[in-house]
Design a protein around this ligand. Structure first.
Ligand SMILES: NC(=O)c1ccc[n+]([C@@H]2O[C@H](COP(=O)([O-])OP(=O)(O)OC[C@H]3O[C@@H](n4cnc5c(N)ncnc54)[C@H](O)[C@@H]3O)[C@@H](O)[C@H]2O)c1
Ligand SMILES: [Zn+2]
Length: 337
């Protein structure tokens, strides 16, 4: 089955077989692949026909030092403004590849094959990219849409459970903020069923991409409603800054749980809906307790990039399928959280 979802007039997500879609979508020009060493081992056949630049695995690869190496390699390979860059990997790879492509020689065309669940439902979709600086996430980046994103759920089969679960955190986030039916599907489903049932997983991924596409279509540059996609992320970024024990998705699950608790304390959500959110996060096997000192969290949030002037935007669930974007002054943050 092939499903396509429009992100902008020039950017679409294709859900289907990666090999066949690449043959159809890649331009008849020089293609250079950016991937990581883990994906290269697993999907070597997919990227072997192209010159390939491999980055290291994991969040630490999203650095200016890594970018320097990638740009130099592009120059060595003779990449010019007509070169097409194909990012093949998870969110780390697509964030790097998207940033490199939108800055190398002031921008070349690019596309992605997303190989993690987190990448499929979130990171590869929407045109944001970037790298980290000194522990602060995504401090340098651009808004720049890929020509295409290919999402082939059969590639997700090799993901370790931990990575798969991390992607489910963004799935749960998406269900809470914009798809009550997806939330119910997840309530009925199990971790194992999602791992094994390809058509169920395809349905879940497609729903997530549709929600993200509709939000991005309204606010491509995150001046307003796109901020709702940051549900759980303000706390998650603080956790990721203060502790290396949690992946992005794991930190997001803790962040969603925390913000739901705050929403309940501030009477923004019903007891019933809050309990459904708590139960769903627990059902999929996430840690839920804040793993860092509250004081350290507040300090890290003060430096979070979503700060605007002296206020912060906190995203709070208000029902299943709805969230509120609450502006909180920095000096009121401690009280609110
Ligand atoms: N740009 C955005 O809008 C956006 C949105 C959400 C997240 N992100 C970013 O995405 C990143 C996290 O992405 P991620 O969770 O995909 O991490 P990741 O890219 O680091 O991938 C996780 C691990 O899985 C391995 N892997 C990839 N595909 C695999 C496969 N098919 N089988 C087995 N192993 C595989 C990778 O080698 C890596 O070691 C974070 O840096 C986050 O900030 C960006
Ligand atoms: Zn995220």
């Amino acid at each position: 089955m092939l499903d396509t979802i429009e992100i902008t007039s020039k950017s679409r997500v294709y859900i289907g077989d990666a090999g066949a879609l690449l043959a159809e979508l890649l331009p008849e020009r020089r293609v250079i692949v950016i991937s990581d060493t883990g994906v290269d081992c697993l999907q070597h056949e997919l990227i072997a026909p192209y010159d390939t630049i491999l980055v290291g695995r994991g969040e630490s690869a999203k650095s200016l030092a890594m970018l320097d190496g990638v740009y130099r390699r592009l120059i060595e390979l003779g990449a010019d403004r007509t070169t097409f860059i194909l990012g093949v990997g998870g969110g780390v790879v697509t964030d790097i590849a998207g940033f490199v492509a939108s800055t190398y020689m002031r921008g070349v065309e690019f596309g992605f094959v997303t190989t993690t669940l987190l990448g499929a439902v979130d990171a590869s979709v929407g045109g944001k990219n970037g790298v980290n600086i000194g522990g602060y996430k995504n401090m340098v980046g651009t808004f720049s849409q890929p020509q295409f994103v290919i999402c082939d759920v059969s590639l997700l089969h090799t993901l370790p459970d931990r990575e798969f679960r991390a992607g489910l955190a963004e799935v749960i986030k998406t269900a809470i903020l914009g798809d009550a039916e997806l939330f119910e599907m997840l309530e009925r489903g199990t971790f194992e069923a999602l791992r094994e049932d390809k058509s169920l997983l395809t349905d879940v991924v497609t729903r997530c991409v549709r929600v993200k596409a509709s939000v991005v279509a309204q606010d491509e540059r995150e001046a307003g409603c796109r901020r709702i996609l940051n549900l759980g992320h303000t706390v998650a970024h603080a956790i990721e800054k203060e502790s290396s024990n949690y992946s992005h998705g794991e930190a997001v699950a803790i962040g969603i749980y925390y913000m739901t608790r705050k929403a309940l304390e501030h009477n923004l959500i019903s007891d019933v809906d809050a309990k459904r959110i708590f139960a769903l996060i627990e059902r999929y096997g996430f840690d839920v307790e804040l793993p860092i000192e509250r004081k350290a969290m507040l300090k890290a949030i003060g430096g979070d990039k979503k700060r605007r002037g002296d206020a912060l935007h906190l995203i709070l669930p208000t029902a299943i399928g709805a969230v509120e974007d609450r502006e909180v002054a920095l000096d009121g943050l401690e009280n609110f959280l």
